[in-house]
Design a protein around this ligand. Sequence first.
Ligand code: ADP
Length: 161
Amino acid sequence: MVAVYPGSFDPATNGHLDIIKRASKLADKLYVAVLRNSSKNCLFSVEERMSQLQLITKGFPNVIVTSFSGLLVEFVKGSGADVIIRGLRAVTDFEYEFQLALTNRSINPDIETLFISASTKYLFLSSSVVKEIANYGGCIDDMVPQEIKGVLMDKLRGSPC
Ligand code: ADP
């Protein structure tokens, strides 16, 4: 199985890394794909997020970090993948994720969306929560990999990373 795990990853959290670890056991090849045309206002550039993801996934030989713009299903098809991986946290994720999965299926019924449930300890963890806590000087040690903590602190201090 060749799979694509798409997202904003602004920045990648331990919750994302947990999904990557688990999905990389299911897939022969896993593309972790940073979305380029997001309407979200991102803290990190796509290139910064890609190099962060490369750093934290270097122990997974079947994980390839990439980026995409345009329709996800087109990117999935073009990569030779047939499965989209998404993480599901609390019920609040469900409606949005379900809608996304159904929309993608209506565009290309050959591509399946596979949901992986969040681990209990990361159930309420999101990139925005991490940024908010870090911004106010709170401890994010259990929320992001060490490498991400460093670049996030640098970014919030306004120094180049
Ligand atoms: P998007 O902008 O596509 O929602 P995110 O980077 O916020 O991008 O999330 C990418 C995927 O990872 C989504 O499927 C999201 O539900 C999932 N995800 C985010 N945080 C967690 C977490 N703590 N545990 C499990 N899955 C998560």
